[in-house]
Structures are given as structure tokens and as C-alpha cells.
Write a protein of this length. Structure first.
Length: 154
């Protein structure tokens, strides 16, 4: 099934009656991680979306996921993105979140990734405040900001 096949289908008919369904598709209620794994596994630019009766409801594209990622990362709004290294254990992120909340700084997005030596790199975007305020806040907690950058959004 390709993009043209999807665009030409009657959305009320069963996919099985019109085209051969590929081995990969997502249901309307599937979560995003399932769809992303299918994209990676099959390396197709589109995934058909079907309902419980296998009727085609539409398609999701890699572009759709990129747009969702941009929104999840708050790349479309102004703010400051910074990273810190924290111990990879429960409660460490809470210290950061609590400090931001007590300083009345709104968190726009948070991403964590494994780092070396039992640490996690935490990448956080916050509402626009000045970089100096963030640096001083985390210095008072004994946490070094690894990187910091003002983002204009778009």
C-alpha cells in the first residue's frame, strides 16, 4: 500500500476489500511507541490507520511524528533549554523540578537520556527567564548546568 492507494480509498469501506493490507498498520487506539517501532522496522514513510473492523481511517506519516516531536520538545515556543547531569536514581529529578517550581519557573519539556558513570543527562526547556537566574539557582543546589541556550521558538 502506498500513499496514492490510501488517498483513493473510500474511508467507509474495509481495507481488505480494496487493497492488500501490508503486514504493518496501526489501530486508532495504538500508542505512539508502537507506531514508531513499526516505522523503524519497516522503513516506510506512511502507516495505515485502521479501526477495529479493519476499515481504513487514514494514515500517519513520519512527518506527523516529527511535528509531534517538535511540539513535545516545545521547540515552537520561546524559552531556555539547559542540561544537567544527575545521579541515575529515584528522586534526583525531583530536586530540579522542585527548585524550578519554587522559583516560579514553568517547565515546558523534559527529556532524560543515559549518560556515563551511572548518571542521566536531563534536558529541560523552561519559560523564558535569563540564563544567569538558572545558573545561580542550580549552583545553589550544587548542580552544574552542562549546557544552556536561549531558544526563540518559531
Amino acid at each position: 500500500m502506498n500513499k496514492e492507494d490510501l488517498l483513493d480509498l473510500d474511508l467507509d469501506s474495509s481495507v481488505f476489500n480494496k487493497v492488500s493490507l501490508p503486514d504493518f498498520f496501526v489501530h486508532e487506539e495504538d500508542n505512539i511507541t508502537h507506531a514508531l517501532l513499526l516505522f523503524l522496522e519497516h522503513q516506510e514513510p506512511y502507516l495505515p490507520v485502521v479501526d477495529e473492523e479493519m476499515r481504513l481511517k487514514g494514515a500517519v506519516s513520519l512527518h506527523d511524528f516529527l511535528e509531534a516531536l517538535i511540539e513535545a520538545l516545545a521547540m515552537d515556543v520561546p524559552g531556555i533549554r539547559f542540561s544537567v547531569l544527575l545521579e541515575d536514581k529515584p528522586g534526583e529529578l525531583r530536586k530540579v523540578v522542585d527548585a524550578l517550581a519554587l522559583s516560579n519557573i514553568n517547565i515546558l519539556s523534559v527529556i532524560t537520556t543515559r549518560s556515563q558513570d551511572g548518571k542521566r543527562e536531563v534536558l529541560i526547556k523552561v519559560d523564558a527567564v535569563d540564563e544567569g537566574t538558572l545558573i545561580k539557582l542550580f549552583e545553589s543546589l550544587g548542580i552544574k548546568i552542562e549546557s544552556i541556550e536561549k531558544e526563540e521558538g518559531f
